[in-house]
Design a protein around this ligand. Structure first.
Ligand code: ADP
Length: 311
């Protein structure tokens, strides 16, 4: 089982000829609704890649929350640990896209922002000790019998909740440090087994340009993975470094590539693959995600990854 903790959003997109200026109203095309959030994307990607996905997150008590929950279930994601907040609305991303692809995104974290340490502590596996049963119950979490093999984390939910989940599990801890944290996450990095970042996130963590994942190891992770877009990805441990070229594909949009990459890496490592094998599968999944538009609709299946690898 791969437990995923992170953000759950309803994405609302409208195409316009030209982005509105402040104070201006612009009429666009029909609004398109889609399941999103890095947590939801990564959980769905895990399920499509053949892993057992368990989502840990928070939705609002509203129609969008109910729709996101149904969509996760339809993808085969275990939603027993997705709570429903009584006092917050479901997270939303308001996306306006101009003809040339230029866009603005307004994010309303909503229920994602009220996920607490008490809600998730020790819930990544049932053997954890950090959680409080009372608050977990009142937040709507149910118990689960099987412990997770991997805890995949991103930073679209409060840092304290992520830290509690990391501390409350014996699973392999994989952190995708995205979006770029607005606070010091060094405490979390010290308990993380595998850190996954793109070049922008790596630069934010170290305060300088990062070319080599070995530079990230002093922050605490045993394995550091740096994704390089069309340059593929490279990983480092104290024992060595591994690089994988990107797969040559026809790119439609890069949305979802990072989430597919992280999910495939987690599934690979969770099934006992070595870093080199997991890295190759992750690059294949990332490449496939760029060949289709959008986030969740673009996430590849295990069969598609196998086919690209054997091409
Ligand atoms: P993010 O989406 O988080 O910014 P990247 O752009 O580095 O992350 O993409 C994640 C992974 O997806 C890359 O390591 C690579 O394997 C794959 N990928 C991204 N863009 C391309 C591309 N243009 N062609 C092939 N693979 C890509």
């Amino acid at each position: 089982t791969i437990a995923v903790i992170g953000g759950l959003n309803m994405d609302l997109s409208v195409r316009v000829a030209r982005l509105p200026a402040p104070g201006e109203t612009v009429t666009g095309a029909e609004a398109v609704r889609g399941s999103g959030g890095k947590g939801g994307n990564q959980a769905v990607a895990v399920a499509r890649l053949g892993g057992r996905a368990r989502m840990i997150g928070m939705l609002g008590d509203d129609p969008f929350g109910a729709e996101l929950r149904r969509n996760l279930e339809a993808e085969g994601v275990d939603v027993g640990r997705v709570g429903t907040a009584a006092t917050a609305t479901t997270g939303m991303a308001l996306i306006v896209v101009q003809g040339d692809g230029e866009n603005t995104i307004t994010l309303s974290p909503g229920a994602n922002a009220v996920l607490t340490a008490a809600d998730v502590g020790g819930t990544a596996d049932s053997g954890g000790s950090a959680g409080s049963a009372d608050s977990a119950d009142s937040a709507g979490f149910s118990d689960s019998a099987d412990p997770a093999d991997v805890l995949l984390m991103n930073l679209e939910v409060p840092f304290e909740a992520v830290l509690a989940a990391a501390r409350g599990t014996r699973a392999l801890r994989v952190l995708n440090a995205a979006p770029i944290p607005d606070q010091d996450i060094s405490e979390l990095l010290r308990v993380v087994d595998v850190l996954v970042v793109n070049e922008t996130e790596a630069a934010a963590l170290l305060g300088r340009e990062v070319r080599d994942p070995r530079e990230l190891l002093p922050l605490g992770p045993r394995t550091a993975v740096l994704t390089l877009g069309a340059g593929g990805a490279t990983a480092a441990t104290a024992e060595g470094t591994w690089s994988t070229d990107a797969f040559a594909v026809e790119v439609v949009d890069a949305v979802g590539a990072g989430d597919a990459f992280c999910a495939a890496l987690a599934v690979g490592l969770g099934s006992g693959a070595g870093i080199e094998t997991a890295l190759r599968r992750a690059c294949a999944a990332g490449a496939l995600a760029t060949t289709r538009a959008g986030a969740q609709p673009a996430l590849p299946t295990r069969t598609e990854v196998d086919q690209l690898l054997s091409r």
